[in-house]
Design a protein around this ligand. Sequence first.
Ligand SMILES: Nc1ncnc2c1ncn2[C@@H]1O[C@H](COP(=O)(O)OP(=O)(O)O)[C@@H](O)[C@H]1O
Ligand SMILES: [Mg+2]
Length: 255
Amino acid sequence: MTSPVASTSNTSSASAGARASVAALNREVVARVQDIRKTYQMGALSVQVLHGISIDFFRGDYISIMGPSGCGKSTLMNILGCLDQPTSGKYFLGDEDTSKMADNELSSIRGARLGFIFQSYNLIQQLTVVENIELPLFYQGVPEEESRRIAIDLATRVGLDTRLDHKPYELSGGQQQRVAIARALSNDPLIILADEPTGNLDSKSGAEILNLFDELHQQGKTLIMVTHSDELAERSERSIRLRDGLVESDERRRT
Ligand SMILES: Nc1ncnc2c1ncn2[C@@H]1O[C@H](COP(=O)(O)OP(=O)(O)O)[C@@H](O)[C@H]1O
Ligand SMILES: [Mg+2]
C-alpha cells in the first residue's frame, strides 16, 4: 500500500520558496496535517479555533511555531501530540491516519512515536532522574535492564551523569528540563514536540537547552516547538507563524 505521507507533495500553506527547497531535498514526510479545523463547544456556543491548517513535517525538520496568544498554537500541538483530535481534516503520523483512532490507539501511538517537552518540565517528583527518563520505556514494556542502560546513556548525553539518583526537586530548572529532554528521547520518537521549552528558564539555562536542541537537530531528530523566543526561532531552520487559526507564513531559513 502506498502511504499518503511517503511522498513529498505540496501543501497549500507552504510558501513557494519552501516548496521548492523541500522538493529539491526530497525528504521523507514524517507527519502531515490536512485541512484541519478545530471547534470547541462551550455549552450552546461553538468557537472555531483552527480554520483549515495544512502542513507537511519532514524528517529532520527543526521547526518553531510562533504567533500571538490565543491563535491556536497549543490546540495544534495537542493535535500533533495525539492528545486531542481535530473536528475535521486529517492527521497522519508516520504512515498512520490518526483521524479515526480511538483513545486507546491514540495513547499507544503517542507512547511509541512521540516525545514531549513541556514548559514546566512535568517530571514525577517521587522518581529519580534515571527513573523519570525510563518511564516511557516502562510503558513500552522494555525490560528493566535495557531501559536502565538507555536512561543512563541519555542522562549522560544531557550532562546529568552525576545526578542519576537525584529527585527533580534537587535540581535546577535547567537540569530538570534536561531530564525532560532525555525522557523525550528515550523511546526514540519520530517527532519531539516542545511547548515553550525555555519559557521558565533564565537565559544561561535557556542557552544550554538551545545548544542541546541544536545537537539533536544535527543528529537528525525532528523537532517541533512552540516558542515566543526570537532566539529559539532564529536557531530553528523552519519557522511557521499562525494567526487566527491559519498558517500566516511558513519559511525555511536554511537546509
Ligand atoms: N478546551 C477548550 N475549550 C474552549 N476553548 C478553548 C479550549 N482550548 C483553547 N480554547 C480557546 O482556543 C483559542 C486558542 O487557544 P490556544 O490553542 O491555547 O492558543 P495559543 O496556544 O496560541 O495561545 C483561545 O481562544 C482559547 O480560549
Ligand atoms: Mg498556548
